[in-house]
Design a protein around this ligand. Structure first.
Ligand SMILES: C[S@@+](CC[C@H](N)C(=O)[O-])C[C@H]1O[C@@H](n2cnc3c(N)ncnc32)[C@H](O)[C@@H]1O
Length: 403
């Protein structure tokens, strides 16, 4: 029934689709552009639309539906076994700058939403970090001066590490600084109702942040809906649901441009089981990112996500590719200086005695070209081509609860 109702909506949205392409050389950063992928846009969209129409019929009858495995356990055990490494080891990683770049992007997003949530006053802010991992965003919440944080994740070991990190942070903080209070929950947020696990059953949130997580729930409609319910049902009117997730259009476009069922480069690899047909839910691919991620993930068809969010009274405020977000935010001095502080771009050419993330000159041809432009004084900030290709599959979203 849901699919039938959805059909009209999807058809309209796909036809109106506004996916934007283009290079993304920001004022201060030299990053490789989109690589001439724009021309395939229309063909791809109509292909996806047709396949979604086919899927609609299949949903009612397909026997394969019953055979779909539950991947949550694999995801949890993958993240549970990931080792937490120190700064020294991290700085040796091939994707050191890309990880910093992603962190910068989350910092800017979180900072801006906190400002909006707080408004002009200094009222307390309550946050839910859905899929908190090992607590990579704790410092951002501390800097943002929030009052209370609920951290939830399916991976028990990650939640424990997140809690330890929080307690260390609290212990080491200055006596005058008031650190937010926190609750830590281990739960499969695509299956369990989080509100039943809250210490304060009346708690309402100003923000739910879901960073690099929501795509795991698109394994089935039930899971995607439960994750959405957990993100939105306890938001105050005017509250925000923010996040980052791979852009399904970008993934499918790259897949269709590939001669095989995979695409990627020396830092990441995406492998599908088939191409040409992309079900709305459970469209699985395997994602491998340089020693950090090696798990099954699922395409999030954004118009459907947006449609489902309406059930929870959520209105889409922003959807931007990482490239677009970066270009826009780099116009502001405060974001540029944060970028420097966080080492989110690699200096090119590298300083005396230093080494670039890779020896391959091809990986920096865009930066070299930029250095040669009139008025540009090297070094410029950049990401290697492979890192940019990996991070540019993602998008940022912001929903707001209507009152
Ligand atoms: C790429 S990590 C991101 C962690 C953190 N949000 C960050 O940005 O650093 C994805 C996280 O999603 C969590 N996750 C995946 N599926 C989940 C589910 N069903 N319920 C709760 N957490 C889940 C994983 O355990 C992992 O910690």
């Amino acid at each position: 029934m849901f699919f039938t109702l959805l059909h009209l909506f999807l058809t309209e949205t796909m036809e109106k689709g506004e996916e934007k392409q283009g290079g993304m050389n920001g004022e201060e950063g030299a990053t490789p552009g989109g690589g001439g992928r724009g021309g395939r846009e229309l063909g791809l969209k109509s292909g996806m639309k047709r396949r979604h129409e086919e899927r609609e019929d299949e949903e009612e009858t397909s026997p394969t539906k019953k055979l779909v495995a539950d991947h949550s356990k694999n995801v949890a055990s993958h993240y549970n076994t990931l080792q937490e490494v120190g700064l020294a080891a991290r700085s040796q990683s091939r994707i050191f700058y890309m990880r910093n770049f992603n962190n910068w992007l989350k910092s800017v997003l979180i900072g801006e939403i906190l400002e909006q949530a707080r408004g002009t006053g200094s009222r307390p802010v309550y946050v839910l970090d859905l899929g908190c991992g090992k607590g990579g965003d704790l410092l951002k919440w501390r800097r943002g001066g929030i009052s209370h944080l609920v951290c939830a994740d399916i991976a028990e070991v990650s939640v424990e590490q997140c809690q330890t990190r929080y307690e260390d942070m609290k212990r080491k903080s200055h006596a005058k600084e008031k650190i937010f209070s926190a609750q830590f929950i281990t739960a499969d947020c695509s299956k369990e109702v989080l509100s039943e696990k809250l210490d304060d059953p009346e708690l309402m949130f100003d923000i739910c942040s879901c960073q690099f997580v929501y795509h795991y729930s698109f394994e089935s409609e039930q899971k995607a809906d439960m994750m959405l319910r957990n993100a939105c049902e306890r938001l105050k009117p005017g509250g925000f649901f923010i996040g980052t997730t791979p852009d399904a259009y970008e993934l499918v476009k790259r897949l269709e441009a590939s001669d095989s069922l995979c695409f990627g480069n020396e830092v990441f690899k995406v492998s599908f089981q088939s191409k040409g047909s992309y079900p709305l839910f459970g469209c699985q691919y395997h994602f491998n990112l340089e020693g950090v991620v090696d798990v099954p993930e699922f395409l999030v068809y954004f118009p459907l996500f947006e449609h489902m969010a309406k059930r929870y009274n959520m209105r889409l405020v922003l959807k931007q590719r990482f490239s677009e977000f970066f270009e826009e935010k780099m116009k502001k001095e405060q974001h540029r200086s944060l970028m420097m502080k966080m080492m989110a771009l690699e200096p090119f050419p590298c300083e005396d005695g230093g080494q670039l993330a890779t020896d391959s000159t091809e990986e920096y041809s865009h930066a070299k070209e930029r250095c040669g432009r009139p008025g540009v004084r090297p070094p410029v900030g950049t990401l290697s081509r492979s890192e940019w290709d990996a991070t540019s599959i993602y998008l940022v979203f912001v929903f707001q609860k209507m009152s």
